[in-house]
Design a protein around this ligand. Structure first.
Ligand code: PDD
Length: 279
C-alpha cells in the first residue's frame, strides 16, 4: 500500500516528498519533532504534544508561522488514510532550506514540515515482563528539554544498550540519573515515587506528566527530585515511561536486580490506571 504522508501543508504519497540536500534538518539536525501515540485509532494527548512542539520551536527560534493551523486535523487525516490502528504519528519541522552556513540569521525560507504514520504492535510483552537496562554516561547537550533532531548522544547510548542485550541505557551526569535515551526514568522507594525534575537535563515527557498526575490522583506520593545511581540500584521498583511503550518495568540494571527482579506492585498499579486512559 502506498503510504500517505504530510509534506509541508499537503497530504501526498511518500514518493512525492523531496528533501533538499541543504535542508538544515539534514545538514545540522536543525529542527524539532514529536512522536504521538495512536491507540485503537485514537491519538493520545495530541494537544500536549503540539504544545511541546511549539515550545521547542520557540526555544530554537524556529518561526512556525501558521504551521500549527490545521496540523492536528492533518495528522488525524493521515492516521485515517493510512488505516492506523495502533502505532505512532511522527511529525518533524526543520528550520528550512538555505545555503549552508551555521548561522540562520539570513534565512528567509519557511520551515519544512513532514509527518508520517507507522502501524506498530503494542509492546505488551515488555510491559508485562519488564526489561534489563544499562547505566551510560549522559553526553548530550545541556538543553535536553528541547525535542530536537540532534539525537547522537541518545543514538549511541541506545546502541550500547542493544549491543549489551539491554532494552535501554539509563543516563547519568556524574552521579545523577537523568533519563533514558527516549524514555523518562522513575524509581520507587518506601512507597514514594521519584523522578528527575523537569529542567534542562531531561525531556519533560508527556507520559511522565501523565504518570505524575495519576500518582497524585491515586494518593501515591510522587517527588520530582534528583536521585543518584546508588538510589537507583537500591530502589524497590523502577520503570521507564515514553510514548507507545507507556510504562515499562525495570527488572535489572547491569548486574543489579531491582527489587524482586520483576514488575513491582506500584508499577503494575500505575500500568493498570494508565491503560484505562488509553483504551
Ligand atoms: N522519545 N526522554 C527523551 C529523551 C525522549 O526522547 C522521550 C520520547 C521521552 C518520553 O517522552 P514522551 O512520554 O513525551 O514520549 C523522554 C520519543 C518517543 C522518540 O524520540 O522516539
Amino acid at each position: 500500500m502506498v503510504q500517505t504522508v504530510l509534506f509541508n501543508n499537503e497530504i501526498v504519497s511518500r514518493k512525492e516528498v523531496k528533501i533538499d540536500l541543504e535542508d538544515r534538518g539534514y545538514q545540522f539536525g536543525d529542527g524539532i519533532y514529536e512522536v504521538i501515540g495512536v491507540y485503537n485509532t485514537k491519538t493520545f494527548k495530541m494537544a500536549e504534544h503540539l504544545k511541546r512542539l511549539e515550545r521547542s520551536a520557540k526555544e530554537l527560534r524556529i518561526t512556525l508561522g501558521n504551521i500549527l493551523e490545521g496540523l492536528e486535523a492533518n495528522l488525524e487525516k493521515l492516521i485515517a488514510l493510512n488505516g492506523i490502528n495502533d502505532g505512532i504519528v511522527y511529525v518533524q519541522v526543520s528550520r528550512g532550506v538555505a545555503p549552508r552556513a551555521h548561522q540562520f540569521s539570513q534565512l528567509e525560507a519557511l520551515p519544512v514540515v513532514i509527518a508520517y504514520t507507522r502501524e506498530m504492535e503494542r509492546p505488551i510483552e515488555i510491559q508485562e515482563k519488564g526489561v534489563n537496562c544499562l547505566l551510560t554516561e549522559d553526553i548530550r547537550w545541556l538543553r535536553c528539554d528541547v525535542k530536537t533532531l540532534n539525537l547522537l548522544g541518545s543514538v549511541l547510548a541506545k546502541q550500547k544498550a542493544i549491543d549489551n542485550s539491554c532494552y535501554e541505557s539509563i543516563l547519568h551526569r556524574e552521579n545523577v540519573v537523568t533519563e533514558g535515551t527516549a524514555t523518562n526514568v522513575f524509581i520507587i522507594k518506601n512507597q514514594i515515587v521519584y523522578t528527575h525534575p523537569a529542567d534542562n537535563f531531561i525531556l519533560n515527557g508527556i507520559t511522565r506528566s501523565t504518570v505524575i498526575d495519576l500518582c497524585k490522583e491515586e494518593g501515591i506520593k510522587v517527588v520530582e527530585e534528583k536521585f543518584d545511581k546508588q538510589q537507583l540500584l537500591q530502589a524497590d521498583e523502577g520503570f521507564l515511561t515514553g510514548t507507545f511503550i507507556d510504562i515499562v518495568p525495570i527488572n535489572k540494571i547491569e548486574e543489579t536486580v531491582l527489587g524482586k527482579g520483576e514488575p513491582g506492585r506500584i508499577t503494575e498499579y500505575l500500568q493498570r490506571k494508565f491503560n484505562r486512559l488509553i483504551n
